[in-house]
Design a protein around this ligand. Structure first.
Ligand code: HEC
Length: 104
């Protein structure tokens, strides 16, 4: 298949994956969780420098409390505040993703 046709198909697939997502940049947020959060919590989020943040490990949180942890960090620990980088709705998206998504 010619390369330019492949690129068109990839562009269409990218668009389809985004359609229907509640947050327009869900793809970017998911990448941030994997790469930035993953740099401490492990690529699969099962723990590293930071603890396991897969859904079963976060059952004691609701979305609101969890998004506050993301925004404000945990003072006195290596868990940084993300408020400079994320809006409240971004943090809620991430909290919801961590609680209900299937990061693996
Ligand atoms: C620089 C390393 C680092 C980065 C980057 C980081 N964390 Fe953390 N995180 C930690 C550490 C260390 C702790 C444990 C703090 C403690 O001792 O309570 C923690 C704790 C947490 C907790 C609390 C877990 C619990 O069981 O109470 C959550 C939730 C969390 N991080 C989510 C995130 C998310 C989401 C991101 C990305 C937006 C992120 N972290 C990025 C280091 C990091």
């Amino acid at each position: 298949m010619p390369v330019n046709r492949l690129l068109v198909i990839l562009a269409l697939l990218g668009g389809a994956a985004r359609a229907g997502e509640p947050v327009s940049d869900a793809v970017a947020l998911e990448r941030l969780v994997r790469q930035d959060c993953g740099s401490c919590h492990g690529l699969t989020l099962k723990g590293g420098l930071g603890p396991d943040i897969r859904p079963q490990a976060l059952r004691h949180y609701d979305t609101e409390t969890l998004s506050e942890v993301v925004l404000d960090g945990i003072p006195g620990t290596a868990m940084p505040p993300w408020r400079p980088l994320l809006s409240e709705s971004d943090a809620e998206w991430i909290a919801d993703y961590l609680l209900n998504g299937e990061p693996e």
